[in-house]
Design a protein around this ligand. Sequence first.
Ligand code: ADP
Ligand code: MG
Length: 922
Amino acid sequence: MMRQYLEVKAAHPECLLLMRMGDFYEAFLDDAAELSRVAGVALTSRNKDSDQPIAMAGVPHHSLQTHLPKLLAAGKQVAIMDQLEDPKEAKGLVKRGLTRVITAGTLIDESGLEAASANWLVALTGLDGVIGIAALDVSTGRFTVEEASTAQQLGLALARLQPAELLLPSELRQADGSVGRLAALVAPAALPPLAGLPAYAWKGADARRWLCERLRVASLDGFGLAADDDHLAGAAAAALRYAESSTSPGGDAGAGDTPRAGRLGHVRIITRLHQARHLIIDATCRRNLDLLRNSRDGGRAGTLLAAIDRTRTAPGARLLADWLSRPLAEREPIAARHDAVAALVADDRLRADLREALAEVYDLERLLARVATGRCNARDLVHLASSLRAAGVVRAALLARAAGAPAARATSHALPALLELAAGSLAPDGELVGLIASTLVDDPPLAISDGDLVRDGVDAELDQLRAIKRDAGAWLAAYQVREAEACGLAKLKVGYNKVFGYYIEISKANGDKVPTHFIRKQTLVGAERYITPELKEYEDRALGAEDRIRAAELAIFTRLRERTEQALALLQGCADALSLCDVVAGLAEAARKQGWCRPAIDDGLSLELADCRHPVVEEVVGRGRFVANDCHLDAGQPSGSPEDRKPGSSVGSHEAPGPVEPAKLAVITGPNMAGKSTYIRQVALAVVLAQAGSFVPAASARVGLVDRVFTRVGAGDELARNLSTFMVEMAETAAILNHATRRSLVILDEVGRGTSTFDGVSLAWAITEHLHDRIGCRCLFATHYHELVDLAADRPGIRNLTVSVAEQDDEVVFLHRIVPGAATKSYGIHVARLAGVPRPVIARAREVLATLEQLNVSLTERERPAVRAIEATGRAAPIQLTLFSAVESPTLQRLKTGNFDELSPRQALDLLYQLQAAARAE
Ligand code: ADP
Ligand code: MG
């Protein structure tokens, strides 16, 4: 038995190997220690008394599913060895073999899957040249390829996909450093488990041929893979091969492997993605905006997704997450989504009907994956049938609306194109639904081997066998009575055990009454057990019927499953259409219930939001208590001429100026807790929502297409202000300055905070200048550096905004309303008081503030020339840091104003020490 174990272990050294023994899955040696540690089960040993005991740990077979997620989360791959023959029939050692390798990226039916998110296995062709990226979700059959020509693009894709498992060519995996480079790209998430495949799996031409055979197509053109897309074909083949060899390790995934049809039969289509067609959101931005996962614990609470998700099905929730994580960047497809949402916003009845029907739909995508891989049970098929019935209701509701629409409105179709397309795919296979319903019982058991799946009257042979079994039961009861009477033993009992089968038990005391045709079989302490030829014959019949019933039920079920599998393509189309309806109806529900508007999308460079709200914060502070704000940014005309990118060109300044020229960049100053961060984020969220196809939380909205949203949020107070956080801050800022285009939207929150004030102001100043003068994108910059207010002085493209505050006596109320202008006070003491800082401290702070403010009057006077000096040098020379420091240092003031003529040399030296100490303390 150990030899069986060690042989398989030698072939799969990277896996934690579990072998089925009786009712347990056992691991041995190092794997036992590992299992015990990760899964928290007891570590024991075999051959305890020998000098070489073997470490052993195990989990009951029925709780394997609860332990697997822990093992996978710890980065393990788990190999499962099962018994390949019935132990009852085995002669000697039971044959065992590897049946599955379970890895985080190839889960199909394990409980480790999250219902609302995809589970991507990602394969990369290499880290040099143009990189091919293939992403396969085995649990649903979704399969995409895309390419990245820079490490930065690779990072974007990985940040979006959040792979559960990453597949690299073996030699790359071993090469020094590449894993580290990847870790940096995938940050902040931990590096997912890495698996390696031999290099041959990546060879372009072979990969292409293998994929064609495997997906049963003549060429990959139909999937958008051109003749020179070897890197994409290579990555796709690697992912699919790896997934197939894990889910059925019996097949050889080697180079000469012939595709065995139906292995992962639900993986049929490759979709090619193009980054340029999508609104690009990098890892930083995803994190800062809390789009799909919150930055606190990676959960869904407090995210944009959670705030808008009104879907009724798991595939719908996954599709919505997909829409949000890669919004579109082209007008027509966005408008198509808005059309569909708008139709359902306008029709409460239809929306309610759809959502009611959708509530009856199961996770069809994953269910069909189980059908295609032979893992489904009878309950799955019953759920499939009820889902398809619901699909019929959805279709009927859509078509009824199409028919009921006023004919006079001949302008276009009665249904928006997306919904019409969906309705077309929602033709549920009525025959299959009928077949499932008439074959399987309403609530079949989970295990197909338990029997009782098939209705009476479906199959004549099965009915006959069941009759025999029933009759046999009656016969046994009658037989017991008959024999008891015949030998005058009222207490004669017929019993059953697994080893001896049926027997008659008679106590020793009554031994003399045993008839001669009883054959003794077993002797117990106080009794003897007998069989009779008649009883033996019954046993054959009863047990035979039992086995044959099970076999017949299984055969009927298998036929039904195969029949379902034949309709797979149709059913997958139906599942996709249901997901689409679910997302659209969910978005419409959110929009209608929360009073959102349809955004107008155009190719311009403006962004206009009226009464815009933050969907997540609004939920927290309560609807009606959230103060809506407008936003108007305009980066000019998208002429695309080189003039636009010329340094220093201030767009629109030479053209006929309107009354108030809209700015492209807004500097928002204001007290802490006033709502600056909330405001700038809600603008970014509105753009993401609009381009994802959703309505937006505003009274009206116009969005000139954005190619990329950038965010940079200053080091939070919870982070130590050390060099490394500041490095991160600057690296993120660098990414913005290097990659933003005029079409981008940039959100900056307290940039520069991670360093000293003067450094910080100077950097913030220069960054703002660069964004405005050179890049010319739409930008919102929330800052506590009031110095930046002066940037607007000679730049019409920069607007100062602040948050209004009502002051009455000692009370300060933040109105959260964004208004033109600059903040005059920071109200930090007010916030400190709200936060519970003790009264004496607050009082003392007020005194200090008053003193400083007196000083500040004169400082501001002197600041002006400094600011003007910066302006003068700004375009040519780097900013002189001393210009700021000169106006604030008291030590310098002492130096400047001191009269040193009267000092003795000794006093002069003392003063020098004092000044040095003061300067160091500043
Ligand atoms: P700042 O960035 O100016 O320090 P935040 O944007 O973090 O302020 O907002 C602080 C808090 O004020 C938020 O958590 C929220 O409770 C509240 N808030 C912000 N904006 C609004 C608003 N428009 N309406 C109502 N409450 C708001
Ligand atoms: Mg803030």
